[in-house]
Ligand binder design. Structure first.
Ligand SMILES: [Zn+2]
Ligand SMILES: [Zn+2]
Length: 172
């Protein structure tokens, strides 16, 4: 799997200590929402993925979600080039699934929006499965794969990706 370390994507350090998780029931899948450029999956555009991840981290840490997060809210991020950005990583409580729902599932973000780039390509889906398998192996994630909208009132992770989740989140 093509893992991009936090140093490699120039992540900011967390502003406080993480809360440790010993295990979870599984993983919840998220999308960015909003507009993601249509041609993000083009082979020359991976630099834009890193910019997007840094922008989301800045937004989360500056209170863009209503409260100030100590770090990017997600455990891992998958992009349409089958690269995986390390977020909070395994065995860490995410801040993405909704109040009371973060200890049950790790949170994995797909770099796909609600307009522009909205239909997941094969490299994105394979990257999501890579991240899920990584969290099972290194973070004691259980077998469940769900969407953010399971248990929380949101459109996330968007209909196309949620359909894939409901169909078993399998490799294409
Ligand atoms: Zn979400
Ligand atoms: Zn990429």
């Amino acid at each position: 799997m093509n893992l991009i370390t936090r140093a490699e994507w120039h992540a900011k350090k967390p502003s406080a200590n993480y809360t440790r998780l010993s295990s979870t029931r599984g993983v919840k899948i998220h999308y960015t929402g909003g507009r993601v450029q249509d041609d993000l999956p083009a082979s020359g555009n991976h630099d834009h993925c890193a910019e997007l991840v840094r922008a989301i981290q800045r937004m989360h840490m500056s209170g863009g979600r209503g409260e100030t997060y100590i770090d990017l809210g997600y455990n891992m991020v998958a992009c349409p080039h089958r690269e995986i950005f390390m977020g909070r990583g395994p065995h860490v409580l995410p801040a993405a699934n909704g109040a009371g729902l973060n200890s049950g599932h790790y949170a994995v973000l797909a770099l796909i929006g609600s307009s522009g780039f909205t239909e997941p390509n094969d490299d994105l889906l394979n990257g999501l499965v890579d991240a899920i398998e990584y969290l099972r192996e290194h973070g004691d994630a259980g077998h469940e794969v769900k969407g953010h909208r399971d248990g929380y009132d949101t459109s996330c992770p968007g209909d196309p990706l949620y359909r894939w989740v409901r169909q078993g989140a399998e490799r294409p």
